[in-house]
Ligand binder design. Structure first.
Ligand code: GUN
Ligand code: ZN
Length: 444
């Protein structure tokens, strides 16, 4: 395959903007060139600097006026919950019983799981999400279905089978031993295939017994390459229930800590009601949080303090939490994160929101050596964003005087309509109007 080069505005993050000055944290080229060779980034820089060095047979695509960014990383999402998006009227524990558990039971049927996985991945790519940390259901085959579909698309995706052995419908529970056997079998079956990774996935402390959490910690310890993915401190009634179920634990984080589930490979979704003390312990352990603003607003869970998590040094990614969250778009989530900040008396900077959805998410998922920005050598997962995708976006973008203003306009007004194209490892995986940028691109 020849070298591909894309001329456009380029933006990516190199550091956490809370910890580094803007000129170090981000790199932006108004007239830039992204050079891709064999699925990896070969160069990222100014057009005038890089164009003279291109090989004579390089294919240059002119996307002037568009913005190229790294693909988005969704740090927390449930693929079996697509059909419960926009469920009316309840908070977490009722919502699980009324809407979610019935929908997840349908994944006992492999054909249903295959169809749902295909829809889900298509939707991720339409929205510019190139990597995600994904909950399956309790059924082992739910993860087989998702991994097969992700492998066919060559997506960098991490997922796991839910562990849940109590306080859930019988059709959705496993046991300590079947949970262990199915998790081990999935790790064995999918290890090293494509760009896939596994996450040991106890649903939350309410639905796993002490013995099952112990088993989850043992399996994670036996497989140093896997992540640990669960929910924590999302909703006040949930936290009270966890206190009743684990009366000896210091707090919710301690429940997981006692079972070997808190470390650098842990991603805790929500952490809305997590204290400074617990956030500091997460930081010391190297554990990450997934901020899910749309979900937190719709389920009335509460207002996550991004400032507090950052002050405590915790890595925070951004999650849609489909189906409690109501959009697959991480652009939209950046806007929702801003609104949560406003309600909580914090102002979320557009560059910080963009960091959450790209490099920070990759850091949380421990894949930042491969994706998250477009440094040379990284896998070429990138987006072509159309800052004029709608009449209002076009009008506001035309008036934007700074990069930060342009980004904020995209975050508040943008969604899947602003994603003109999504590339996976240098290959076109989605184009909004269904055509290729350059001839033969789909078939390349
Ligand atoms: N806590 C336990 N399970 C779930 C779930 O499926 N969604 C959300 N938002 N929180 C949970
Ligand atoms: Zn969730």
């Amino acid at each position: 395959m020849t070298v591909q080069a894309y001329r456009a505005s380029l933006l990516h993050m190199l550091e956490d903007p809370c910890r580094a000055p803007a000129e170090v944290a981000c790199a932006y080229h108004a007239d830039g060139l992204l050079v891709v060779d064999a699925g990896h980034v070969a160069a990222f820089g100014g057009y005038a600097d890089l164009a003279p060095g291109l090989p004579a047979d390089a294919a240059v695509t002119d996307l002037s006026g568009k913005l190229i960014t790294p693909g988005f990383v969704d740090a927390h999402i449930h693929y079996p919950q697509t059909d419960v998006v926009a469920a009316w009227g309840s908070q977490l524990l009722d919502w699980l019983n009324t809407h979610t558990f019935p929908a997840e039971q349908a994944f006992a049927d492999r054909a249903h799981a295959d169809e749902a996985a295909d829809f889900f991945l298509t939707e991720l790519l339409r929205n510019g999400t190139t990597s995600a940390l994904v909950f399956g259901t309790v059924h082992r085959t739910s993860v087989d279905a998702l991994f097969e579909a992700a492998l066919a698309r060559n997506m960098r995706l991490i997922a796991g089978k839910v562990l849940m052995d109590r306080h859930a419908p019988a059709a959705l529970t496993d046991t300590v031993e079947t949970g262990r056997a199915d998790t081990e079998a999935l790790i064995r079956a999918w290890r090293g295939r494509g760009r896939l990774g596994y996450a040991v996935t106890p649903r939350f402390a309410v639905t796993s017994s002490d013995a099952q959490l112990t088993m989850a910690g043992e399996v994670a310890a036996a497989h140093p390459e896997v992540l640990i993915h669960t929910h924590m401190s999302e909703n006040l009634a949930e936290i009270e229930r966890v206190g009743e179920l684990f009366p000896n634990a210091r707090d919710y984080l301690d429940v997981y800590d006692r079972h070997g589930l808190v470390g650098p490979r842990s991603v805790f979704a929500h952490c809305v009601h997590t204290t400074k003390d617990a956030l500091s312990r997460m930081h010391r352990a190297g554990a990450s949080a997934a901020f899910c603003p749309s979900s937190n607003l719709l389920l009335g869970s509460g207002l996550f303090s991004l400032k507090q998590a950052c002050d405590c040094g915790v890595t925070v990614g951004l999650g849609t939490d489909i189906g409690a969250g109501a959009s697959f778009s991480l652009l939209h989530m950046m806007g929702e994160a801003y609104k949560v900040g406003q309600l909580g008396g914090e102002v979320v900077d557009p560059m910080h929101a963009f960091y959450l959805a790209t490099l920070a998410g990759a850091r949380a998922l421990r894949i930042d050596d491969k994706v998250g920005n477009l440094l040379p050598g990284k896998e070429a997962d990138f987006l072509v964003l159309d800052v004029a995708a709608t009449p209002l976006l076009a009008r506001r973008s035309a008036g934007a005087k700074t990069l930060a203003e342009q980004l904020f306009v995209l975050q508040v007004l943008g969604d899947d309509r602003a994603v003109e194209a999504t590339y996976l490892a240098g290959r076109l995986a989605h184009r909004r109007d269904g055509t290729a940028h350059t001839p033969g691109e789909f078939a390349a």
